[in-house]
Design a protein around this ligand. Structure first.
Ligand SMILES: [Mg+2]
Length: 182
């Protein structure tokens, strides 16, 4: 069972997508449905999802801003953008911005949507794996400079959001020459 968050303000489109997911056999989906970006973001406070189907045109957010705001709050979940025919240009830009795929409403059947979800999750998993590799020093398994920058940014953001302080500790290790030379 896969947990899917569907963010779609058009009830007809939402129903259609539910039907397509039900029709694509072999996988069962648990679908949580919201019609506002803000409601979608709230969902992440108390549960996790395997994938998000995100309509870009919502009452409280439109266009690529919808994707960016979503990713700022939930960066670790794969997103497939749902689009109408008329915004295919921004759908391609959405993929550049980190969406795993885009589906044109009314042009997709059940098998295709299930397959798109499967591949999107797989690609996203690989992206996260590569990102993790790029943040860690191979030899020591410690975070490298880039890893520190990424972590520090998150911690600073969280501190600002919660109004708490933070501490940075520098540790300088001497006497490592015999290991460095090894
Ligand atoms: Mg819409």
């Amino acid at each position: 069972r896969q947990n899917i968050l569907l963010v779609e303000d058009n009830p007809g489109d939402a129903r259609l997508i539910r039907e397509l997911l039900a029709e694509g056999s072999g996988t069962s989906f648990v679908i949580s449905e919201v019609n506002r970006l803000a409601h979608g973001l709230e969902q992440f406070a108390d549960q996790s999802f395997d994938l998000v189907l995100l309509d870009l045109s919502l009452p409280d957010s439109t266009g690529l801003d919808t994707l960016r705001r979503f990713q700022a709050t939930a960066p670790d979940v794969p997103v497939i953008v749902l689009t109408g025919l008329n915004d295919e240009g921004s759908a391609i830009q959405a993929v550049r911005d980190g969406a795993q795929d885009y589906l044109v409403k009314g042009q997709i059947d059940g098998q295709q949507i299930v397959r798109a979800i499967r591949y999107a999750r797989e690609r996203h998993r690989m992206v996260l794996q590569i990102r993790d590799l790029s943040l860690v020093d191979d030899l020591t398994g410690l975070h490298n400079r880039r890893g520190f920058a990424v972590l520090a940014r998150e911690v600073v953001k969280r501190a600002a959001r919660t109004g708490t302080g933070l501490v940075v500790t520098f540790v300088d290790l001497d006497g490592m020459k015999h290991i460095n030379d090894y």
